[in-house]
Design a protein around this ligand. Structure first.
Ligand code: COA
Length: 377
């Protein structure tokens, strides 16, 4: 049955395409909640593991449930040998998002969704082992070492990631900064990658295929890739004054400044101030802490000239940079966090599924006769 509608919106802006009990976004820079909890409370008081549990299992864990969940995630860090061999074969020059996309797909052939590997088990498995996948590949190709990383004493995903990356126990502030950023990135209603995940889920596809769709969608510069682009821009400038001039010139040429603007938020992004505070805090101990001042200068120009505000990706860039994280790993960190939100949406879509299949307005040629091949040209 076709639903008659005259509404048309190329980017689906303003169109409600489904219901969710997972998060609210709000429009005016307030009102971002995960299962009813305000993002500020979660960022201040929670850990990423608690938030992942909340999103996937629907309630905040008790102390015992949290410890069990952390233990489970730690046990799920190990990679199968076949996957490690494949990671060694992926070129060292590949983008880490390609590595994650391919690794998730490969794991789907080894631990295929089934009665043994249920959706919930796969959700936890992927959250636990994406740092392993990414950094096994990274360390093999960059430093020529085969890490056996799964035994670090780090209890949290944030600490585990930083430990694998730097080969030593991370600084406490950096660990917490990354933990908070994973909370902020964990979920955001019907954004592009989550919508892609729901479309793929709606065809009754398997869990891994859904996540591969979502990773591919997240990668683009207009979505998750913006944090990497923001860092490249910020790094162009040595002083706030240079940044002011440079960004004005870019705007005059109608360039888009990545990390600014938002499809839903019209006044501010409630996550931005939280990560900005972390970026500032870490800038004081960083060698190139001036990049924070450069970022603030860019923020000011964008507001003065365009009334555009930074979204989560903008100050995440310098926050990650000050944690010593290489820029190409920024969007994969977004994946590590958003796996929790995507998983929650998979379960929600599956619980009340309907194939997502919109319609298009046809603007091509009118019906015409099929010409024999010898008459064409
Ligand atoms: N830099 C410069 N101008 C921007 C801009 C940016 N980051 N974001 C929006 N604009 C301008 C557009 O050029 C357009 O101007 P115009 O009306 O003069 O043509 C106007 O603001 C509306 O932008 P539009 O792209 O139509 O809004 P949207 O709702 O489609 O865009 C985004 C939302 C996120 C895609 C857009 O703001 C963007 O591309 N931002 C940069 C990428 C980014 O940071 N993505 C992460 C999002 S969390």
């Amino acid at each position: 049955m076709t639903v008659e509608t005259s509404v048309k919106s190329r980017g689906l802006e303003g169109i409600v395409v489904g219901e969710t009990a997972i998060s609210t976004v709000g429009k005016e820079g307030v009102g971002l909640t995960y299962r009813g909890y305000d993002i500020h409370d979660l960022a201040n008081k929670s850990s990423f593991e608690e938030v992942a549990y909340l999103l996937i299992y629907g309630t905040l864990p008790t102390l015992q449930q949290l410890q069990n969940y952390r233990d489970k995630l730690i046990k799920l860090r190990r990679l199968p040998n076949e996957l490690k061999s494949m990671l060694e074969m992926i070129p060292g020059g590949a983008h880490p998002m390609e590595v994650l996309r391919t690794s998730v797909s490969m794991l789907g052939t080894l631990e295929t969704e089934s009665a043994q590997y249920t959706g919930y088990n796969i959700a936890d498995r992927l959250i636990a082992c994406t740092p392993s996948m990414l950094l096994y590949w990274y360390q093999f190709h960059k430093n020529n070492i085969r890490i056996e990383p799964w035994n670090t004493e780090e209890q949290t995903i944030a600490g585990y990631f930083l430990h694998l990356l730097h080969g030593k126990k991370p600084d406490d502030e950096m660990r917490r900064c990354l933990d908070v950023s994973l909370i902020l990135y964990a979920e955001h209603e019907f954004n592009a990658s989550t919508f892609a995940a729901r479309v793929t889920t709606s065809t009754e596809s398997d869990f891994y295929s859904v996540i591969v769709s979502a990773i591919g969608t997240l990668r683009g510069a207009l979505h998750g890739g913006a944090n990497e682009e923001a860092m490249r821009l910020i790094s162009l400038f040595k002083t706030p004054e240079q940044a002011t001039v440079g960004v004005k010139e870019m705007l005059a040429k109608k360039a888009k400044i990545m990390g600014f603007g938002h499809r839903v938020y019209k006044k501010s992004d409630p996550r931005s101030d939280i990560i900005k505070a972390w970026s500032e805090k870490l800038s004081h101990q960083a060698r190139d802490g001036y990049l924070f001042n450069v970022s603030e200068a860019i923020e000011k120009v964008m507001w003065d000239e365009k009334k555009l505000f930074p979204n989560l990706d903008f100050y995440s860039a310098t926050a990650y940079h000050f944690c010593g994280i290489p820029t190409p790993l920024f969007t994969p960190l977004f994946v590590m966090a958003r796996l929790s939100g995507w998983s929650a949406h998979i379960f929600e879509q599956r619980a009340n599924n309907r194939l997502i299949r919109p319609e298009a307005e046809y603007i091509g040629p009118a019906p015409r006769a099929y010409p024999p091949i010898e008459t064409r040209g």
